[in-house]
Design a protein around this ligand. Structure first.
Ligand code: DHB
Ligand code: FE
Length: 292
């Protein structure tokens, strides 16, 4: 059967993609950011996932403000990098896994989560920047991401957005779905976006190191408590775009220590933890957890 062996968490700042695409990663401003992912790139090579279930948010790119699904699962065979106004990023297309994605859609909808099924979409920096951070530079034509990816888009752009509690419960449903797929697959689940940032209004530029790190501590050790944090706390403490962090709770809920929304099994192993400010307007947070 398929199994989730690890979860990865990372911010998705678009300027990080631009720094890679324009060859600026060794500049003093960017060097400390990329240093924080050196371990992760080696870990990706050793861990050899067969499929990445990648939880991310679209930024009004594939879904305009005309149509906003709360949770959308990509069941397509492939996805092209989106044009976000400066042309598509020069990275390889993203190959999907229609069989596993369709199985997860079937199972998770039967577990009473209403997913939107997406058979065609482009993927923006929310998905391609985490892949670039974890996999390094790849030639857009001859290179390929290390394995198929199932994009799972969450609305964190237009209110009302889903609660942390619902995201945490959804992660548990996704794990059940993966574990009822017959093929032996090593599956990673990634939660992306965050950490503290606010891109507009009077508090634009807000960063809250102390809150971010306390939230990381709680997300690792007390995920059920973390899932109970209300939206207003994210927005007040981590800025309007800090709400992207609820997506991390989908990945955390899919780890094997969580049963019936409580921690009941052995804690996952923290393989890597990294936090850095600044990166564009965002605090960068990154974690790798492996199931015990
Ligand atoms: C920035 C961060 C984001 O999450 C995003 O979607 C766009 C911009 C930034 O830091 O500039
Ligand atoms: Fe974002």
């Amino acid at each position: 059967m398929a199994r989730i062996t690890a979860s990865v968490y990372t911010s998705h700042v678009p300027a990080i993609g631009a720094a890679m695409d324009l060859g600026k990663t060794h500049e003093p401003y960017w060097q400390p950011v990329f240093q924080g992912y050196e371990f992760s790139r080696q870990w990706m090579k050793n861990s050899r996932p067969d499929v990445i279930f990648l939880v991310y948010n679209d930024h009004a790119t594939a879904f305009s403000l005309e149509m906003i699904p709360t949770f959308a699962i990509g069941t397509a065979a492939e996805y092209q990098p989106a044009d976000e106004g400066w042309g598509p990023r020069p990275v390889p297309k993203v190959v999907g896994h229609p069989a596993l994605a369709s199985h997860i859609a079937q199972s998770v909808i039967q577990q009473d989560f209403d997913l939107t099924i997406v058979n065609r979409m482009d993927v923006d920096h929310g998905l391609t920047v985490p892949l670039s951070l974890m996999c390094g530079e790849l030639d857009p034509k001859t290179g390929a991401w290390p394995c198929p990816v199932i994009p799972f888009a969450v609305n964190v752009v237009q209110y009302p957005v889903p609660s942390g509690r619902r995201c945490f419960a959804l992660g548990q449903a996704i794990r059940k779905a993966v574990e009822t797929f017959d093929d032996d697959l090593n599956v990673h689940i990634w939660g992306t976006g965050g950490m503290s940032h606010q891109l507009q209004g009077a508090r634009a530029g807000l960063i809250n190191r102390e809150w971010d790190n306390a939230w990381l501590d709680q997300m690792i050790a007390d995920p059920a408590g973390c899932a109970a944090v209300p939206h207003i706390d994210y927005v007040r403490e981590a800025g309007s775009e800090g709400i992207e962090l609820v997506m991390w709770l989908i990945a955390r809920g899919a780890m094997s220590d969580v049963v019936d929304s409580q921690v009941q099994g052995p804690a996952p192993k923290v393989r890597h933890r990294f936090y850095h400010v600044p990166a564009s307007n965002t605090a960068v947070g990154h974690l790798i957890l492996e199931n015990a």
